[in-house]
Write a protein that binds this ligand. Structure first.
Ligand code: NAD
Length: 289
């Protein structure tokens, strides 16, 4: 079997064209563009790069973004004040706090400050709690997990009653993906670093989502033939043949998995573009509310 590749870039392009139209409509209705406020604390190069990518994407679709850039030495109150300033700013519809925050900052206290109606990253503890409770609706769901669900939908697989395995249980990726798959009526197993026999668990899955941060961990013989495999991992490996000296690989061994999986995402070009797109979509939704 050769897997059908789910092209995250193509899905993201289609969605961003629709978001651009929506942003133009908001601009003519409100007399201002949808607005995203970004809080970045510290000088972690990867976080700074993610923020730049998100701001460029905003520009492309006609969403205005402003950033509060604080030094790693910022006090707790300064970070919380940056969030509150965006809460009070009528031109800002959505707030993104770029994680991780420095160790000196109480992350939960900062996230608690985000107004629920502006929580476009779906990361406020109340929104995450609602995602996990029957019959409750979060105002927004987190960007990466929402992007993963959208890519699974591209495969056309009916999730109800299917076996899904999520590898990784972080608050921003693994946990919400598992909740969203459960809400879609899949039977979900959550694996993590203490799972004893990971391949045995993944082999029974119709859907595998890998969100681990271990290069090419998932091998061909871990997969049920025909499975939908979504690779969230983004790991840089040294590569002297590349201009940059490194290349990105996922948590799934792509070359092996493509012979067994039914559907498969690429790294780069799979979940990454969807994460940004879902943030844009949520910001537009907040402006339309
Ligand atoms: P994290 O480090 O917070 O969590 C990793 C999880 O994997 C943990 O729950 C841990 O228990 C589990 N784990 C670690 N080693 C394991 C092993 N050998 N077997 C089974 N489980 C194991 O990471 P995260 O923030 O959830 O990110 C996961 C990956 O997704 C990273 O590569 C990250 O760069 C990537 N990511 C990509 C996007 C995107 O938009 N493409 C967004 C967020 C994260």
């Amino acid at each position: 079997m050769t897997a059908t590749i789910i092209d995250g870039r193509a899905v993201a392009r289609r969605m961003q064209a629709e978001i651009q139209t929506g942003a133009d409509q908001v601009a003519s209705r409100l007399g201002r563009r949808p607005g995203l406020g970004v809080v970045l604390v510290g000088d972690d190069p990867a976080s700074a790069m993610y923020v730049r990518m998100k701001q460029r994407a905003c520009e492309r679709v006609g969403i205005q973004s402003s950033a509060s850039l604080l030094p790693a030495s910022a006090a707790q109150a300064e970070v919380e004040n940056a969030v509150r300033a965006f809460n009070d700013d009528a031109d800002i519809d959505g707030i993104l706090v770029q994680l991780p925050l420095p160790d000196s900052i109480d992350e939960e206290a900062v996230l608690n400050e985000i107004s629920l109606s502006k929580d476009v990253d779906g990361i406020h503890p109340v929104n995450l709690g609602r995602l996990g409770m029957r019959g409750r609706n979060p105002t927004f769901t987190p960007a990466t997990p929402t992007g993963v669900m959208r890519l699974i939908a591209e495969s056309g697989i009916e999730l109800s009653g299917k076996e899904a395995v999520v590898i990784g249980r972080s608050n921003i990726v693994g946990l919400p993906i598992a909740l969203m798959l459960t809400n879609a009526d899949a039977t979900v197993t959550r694996c993590h670093s203490r799972t004893v026999d990971l391949p045995m668990v993944t082999r029974r899955a119709d859907i595998v989502v890998a969100a681990v941060g271990q290069p090419e961990l998932v091998k061909a013989d871990w997969l049920k033939p025909g499975a939908v495999v979504i690779d969230v991992g983004s790991n840089s490996l040294p590569d002297p043949t590349s201009d940059k000296g490194y290349r990105y690989v996922g948590d799934v061994d792509f070359e092996q998995a493509r012979d067994v999986a039914g559907w498969l995402t690429k790294v780069p070009g799979g979940v990454g573009p969807m994460t940004i797109t879902m943030l844009l979509a949520n910001t537009l939704k907040a402006a339309q509310a």
